[in-house]
Write a protein that binds this ligand. Structure first.
Ligand code: UTP
Length: 472
């Protein structure tokens, strides 16, 4: 418990700011009330100013490109021994060794939705919110394997309360709250071009979530890792909040991660083949035998454009942010004794700030500041053998990032319909298609009906030829 008075804490905070050349953060402080003053002091106490100074020093940005860059080896969609790997994964799920882990702490600026991204209506007909889509998958998994899958859900200090309220209002979508842990990730201050931390308002430092890579230390700090260990959970199935077609728990992928010789069982990843050299996804590469993801903006053009003899892209393995991570591995990477630490990436952004001269908030039209984020795939650096497994884009990558255009609710809805059509076709049903091959209408299959194409076998009547919208 703290014994210093708020005045003493404030004096220490001001001294810290002066020592680190950030005294301007006290501008306007005379106008804030006692409780806001306390939260300002708490903010200052939580910032690692030495870390900020290192990050803002010249040349500190993560992301330099290693010279010996090779494409990462990839396990094909239907690997040899597929059934055995799937059975191994299923056995682990049945033994309760797998938990789901969703990262939902992002700000969702591109989507422009007034609320946490997970509350966004995502399915093509009923518009189920993303959180419901995942909850229904987990409900179906639990029923199938007779388990209660723990679900870890990372929020941020900016959306934690709204996310909790949404789950509570929806009766946790049938999940047992004791197995549903929500916890906020850490934040980092934003700086201007001179390394000065920005003020959002008098007594309020401009901060933003520390990136999806912050999820590993947030798991450790929040007690979620201990919760997992106490439940006998050995691996977390990691996915982002904005992909409604993700297989939240995939037995084959889990089996490959845990038992394939190309995996050290620490961290595995799914990839889809890039559709164009310029597609904006990170690419799985191999450096001195270790798997790495290189951001699209960092991949040298000659690599991005390079092709193989058959004309396909040489660096083709696009990252879709789906991983399995061992609980032990996360514990090791985040341990205080660990020598390892995840790097911060610098992102130029428009950061609203408070100008003490005219006492007004400025909303910039051009990027004016830098935010610092960690990326989860940087943990691959600490992995001995990071397996990369190929999946199909239509099968499990329909992200909702933007309000319209590519990667929007509309494009995602079309992909969800296409996947549902393929599942039904593989079960023998004839689906009405337009001349350009697209499905004529919208199709939505709930997780209670099927988690994968194979689950539809025997459920459909092939003579039935549906047209228009179909909810199944
Ligand atoms: P994105 O990089 O797409 O960012 O996040 P975003 O915040 O959702 O959207 P924009 O860029 O502001 O438009 C990919 C995934 O990582 C999570 C997001 O919630 C999403 O699931 N994420 C991102 C976090 O959990 N924390 C972060 O700090 C950043």
């Amino acid at each position: 418990m703290r014994t210093e008075s708020i005045t003493e804490r404030l004096d220490t905070a001001v001294a810290t700011l002066e020592r680190h050349g950030q005294a301007h953060l006290t501008d306007g402080l005379e106008s804030v009330g006692t409780s806001d003053l306390e939260s300002f002091v708490t903010q200052v106490e939580s910032i690692d100013f030495a870390e900020i100074a290192t990050l803002t020093s010249v040349g500190a940005s993560a992301g330099s490109i290693p010279e010996d860059l090779q494409p990462a080896p990839v396990i094909p969609r239907h690997p040899e021994g597929e059934d055995g790997f799937r059975a191994a994964g299923e056995a682990m799920i049945r033994r309760g060794e797998i938990a789901a882990f969703t990262v939902a702490g992002g700000q969702g600026t591109r989507l422009g939705w007034n609320g946490p991204k997970g509350t966004f209506p995502s399915t093509p007909i009923t518009g189920k919110p993303l959180f419901r889509v995942f909850a229904e998958q987990l409900n179906a998994i639990d029923e199938r394997y007779e388990i209660e899958t723990p679900w870890y859900l990372m929020t941020s200090p900016l959306n934690d309360a709204a996310t909790r309220a949404f789950f509570k209002d929806n009766n946790h979508f049938g999940r047992n709250p004791a197995s549903l842990l929500l916890f906020p990730q850490g934040v980092m201050p934003a700086v201007d071009d001179h390394g000065r931390i920005l003020l959002e308002a008098p007594g309020v430092i401009a901060v933003s979530p520390d990136g999806h890579g912050g999820s590993l230390r947030a798991l450790a700090r929040s007690g979620a890792l201990d919760h997992a260990a106490s439940r006998g959970v050995r691996h977390l199935s990691y996915f982002q909040v904005d992909n409604p077609t993700v297989h939240a728990i995939d037995p084959l992928f889990i089996g490959l991660h845990a038992t394939h010789p190309a995996s050290s069982g620490e961290m595995s990843s799914k990839m889809v083949p890039k559709i164009a050299a310029g597609e904006k996804v990170g690419v799985f590469c191999s450096v001195a035998g270790r798997t790495q993801v290189i951001e699209y903006s960092d991949l040298p053009t000659e690599h991005a454009n390079a092709t193989t003899e058959d004309g396909s892209l040489r660096f083709i393995a696009g990252s879709i942010a789906i991983h399995v991570l061992a609980v032990d591995f996360i514990g090791r990477v985040t341990s205080e004794k660990s020598e390892t630490s995840m790097p911060f990436h610098h992102a130029r952004k428009k950061v609203p700030f408070w100008n003490p001269e005219n006492r007004e908030t400025v909303v910039p039209t051009e990027p004016n500041g830098t935010k610092f984020e960690m990326f989860v795939f940087d943990a691959l650096e600490f992995v001995k053998k990071g397996l990369v497994y190929e999946t199909d884009r239509v099968e499990e990558f329909a992200p909702i990032k933007n309000a319209d255009g590519g990667d929007s609710a509309e494009s995602s809805g079309r992909l969800q319909t296409e996947r549902a059509a393929r599942w039904m076709e593989s079960a023998g049903l004839k689906i009405a298609r337009n001349d350009d091959g697209t499905v004529n209408g919208r199709i939505e299959i709930t997780s209670a009906t099927a988690l994968a194409a194979a689950d539809l076998a025997g459920q459909l009547c092939p003579e039935f030829s549906p047209g228009g919208d179909l909810l199944f």
